[in-house]
Write a protein that binds this ligand. Structure first.
Ligand code: NAD
Length: 293
């Protein structure tokens, strides 16, 4: 029977750390602020944004929610981002996705100053992730890695399978596992022999978006299973991609849904925001020192 990796417990620890670091910065007169842009009325997006502002409040981080109409043009949105880029009191900028169809998402994301890109979605941060440079890690895959590390099971040398190749979860999760010296297989909708590949994995990360996708026969005895999926099951309840009971019977560790990766994603955003504030303050101090010489 697998041990449960509690997103609730782990996220609380990271949020406490973010709160402590925020307080330390505030003692030095440095504020920490996150700006969240939300376009339109998408109810799921609204719920996510509410969660993020609640987390900010818990960590002592100031947050601004900038609500923009569904009809906004790409240029108007870009102007708003420029304004936030120039505002020294804003440390992190996050654009809640999805955006309306008239707006090219990646153009908007790339308009965010890389040093304020706390979601880690700009091409600059992605490029740094690929080349192994220090950068803002995308929150969901970063949360997955922290959950893996929390088990104490070494990642190095393990066979890891990631199902799903999206830019925000699957691909960066594969890169991070690779950086941790796992041997990674990145699977997707065109992968052949998916079941066999999964069943051979020491670490299995599911990011598909289909309830009941990962069944017990796809889980290796003793594997660590990280379930990123957020779905509604036939019963209307929130569930992941993994058939929990079947996987739990075989895995050594497993994450639940709800109470798993989702909470860690939110905690990682808080950590990224504090880090952004600290790095920006250090940059300002260096510039001022330079100017005084
Ligand atoms: P996506 O739709 O962009 O990507 C899904 C991926 O699954 C694709 O790469 C696709 O190739 C793959 N896939 C689809 N059908 C498949 C099949 N039959 N076999 C193998 N692979 C298949 O989704 P996403 O944005 O990466 O999100 C994935 C899931 O994770 C969703 O349920 C989403 O809600 C959830 N999610 C959770 C968090 C969190 O914080 N927990 C964050 C982001 C996304």
């Amino acid at each position: 029977m697998a041990k449960i990796i509690s997103g609730k417990t782990l996220a609380a620890q990271f949020k406490a750390q973010a709160a402590q670091q925020t307080a330390q910065l505030q003692e030095k007169g440095i504020g920490v602020r996150l700006a969240v842009i939300i376009v339109g009325e998408n109810p799921a997006s609204r719920t996510y944004v509410k969660g993020k502002t609640k987390d900010c409040a818990e960590c002592g981080i100031a947050s601004d929610v900038i609500e923009l109409p569904e009809s906004i043009s790409e240029n108007e949105l870009l102007e708003k981002i420029e304004q936030l880029n120039r505002d020294d009191s804003v440390n992190g900028i996050l654009v809640q996705l999805p955006l309306p169809r008239q707006i090219r998402e990646q153009s908007v994301i790339n308009a965010i100053a890389p040093e304020k890109d706390v979601d880690g979605f700009t091409d600059i941060n992605t490029g740094k992730l690929v080349s192994g440079e220090e950068c803002f890690l995308p929150c969901t895959p970063a949360g997955c890695i922290e959950m893996l590390k929390s088990t104490g099971v070494p990642i190095a040398g393990k066979d890891a399978v990631v199902i799903g190749r999206s830019n925000i979860v699957g691909k960066p999760a594969a890169l991070l596992l690779c950086a941790e010296d796992a041997t990674v297989t990145l699977c997707h909708s065109r992968t052949k022999d998916l079941k066999e590949k999964c069943a051979a994995a020491d670490i299995l990360i599911a990011a598909v978006g289909k309830a009941g996708f990962v069944t017990g026969d796809m889980v290796k005895e003793g594997a660590v299973v990280i379930d990123v999926g957020i779905n509604r099951g036939a019963d209307g309840k929130l569930c992941g991609d993994v058939v929990f009971d079947e996987a739990e019977a075989k895995a050594s560790y497993i994450t639940p849904v709800p109470g798993g990766v989702g909470l860690m994603t939110r905690a990682m955003l808080m950590m990224n925001t504090v880090r952004a504030a600290r790095m920006q303050a250090e940059g300002r101090a260096l510039r001022e020192k330079g100017e005084n010489h």
